[in-house]
Structures are given as C-alpha cells and as structure tokens.
Design a protein. Structure first.
Length: 132
C-alpha cells in the first residue's frame, strides 16, 4: 500500500497576504453594548433625530449582517424560528432607507426589531457565547 501524495506547500502570494491584512484591518469585534444602544435610540418612545437616520440605518444593517454571519457560522439555520428571522433580516438589509421621514422611521424600527429578535434568538440558541 503506497502512502497518499500530498501537495507541496507554497507560500501565499503578496496579493493574498495584502487582501488578508486588509480584511483583518477592517474587522471589528461584536459589540453587544453598541447594538443595545442603537436599539434603544430607534425603539425609544421618541423619534430618532432626522440627521442621524442614515447613520442609524447603516449601523443597524451592519448589526444585521454580523448577526447573520454568526448564525451561519453556528448553523442556526437548522432552527425554524432562526431561519425565519434570517430571511427577514436579509430582506430588510437589502431595502434602502425611504426618503419620506415618516416611512424612514418605520423602516428604522423594522430594522431594529429584526436585530433585536435575531439577537434574542441567537442568544437562546447559544450562538453568542463566544462573542460576549
């Protein structure tokens, strides 16, 4: 019986190392405190400041994207409720912030509720332990 052949190791190219370094530089750790602060601003009784709506929408989309990646890494899609929340999160993430202020507030609140529900479900499934 002959030994299996293994491909000889080759050093990564400069382009691969540069892309990896760029990805590491852009990475930020999961910050549950910031998520909760953003949820409070949007879901509070008052309306978020008009000038902050675009920034809040961007941060909420970022939270959704990160939670979706965490869910995928933990195979949470096997859970029917998590699967439903992930579909909802992906759909909301793709929607643009409406130009009309009243509709924009509604969209922000939908984003925030989606973040909140997905955060709670992933927590219940134990997917967030290593990120806490």
């Amino acid at each position: 019986m002959s030994a299996p052949t293994v491909a000889r190791w080759a050093a990564p190219t400069a382009e691969i190392l540069t892309a990896l370094l760029d990805a590491v530089r852009e990475w930020t750790p999961f910050d549950g405190g910031q998520v909760l602060e953003d949820l409070a601003v949007v879901l509070d009784d008052g309306q978020p400041p008009r000038d902050d709506m675009g920034v809040l929408a961007g941060r909420l989309r970022g939270h959704l994207a990160r939670l979706v990646r965490i869910a995928e890494a933990n195979e949470a899609e096997d859970d029917p409720e998590a699967c439903r929340l992930l579909r909802q999160a992906r759909a909301l993430h793709a929607e643009a912030l409406p130009g009309d202020e009243r509709r924009a507030v509604g969209h922000l609140r939908q984003l925030a509720w989606s973040v909140n529900e997905l955060l709670e479900r992933l927590g219940a499934l134990g997917c967030l332990r290593r990120y806490a």
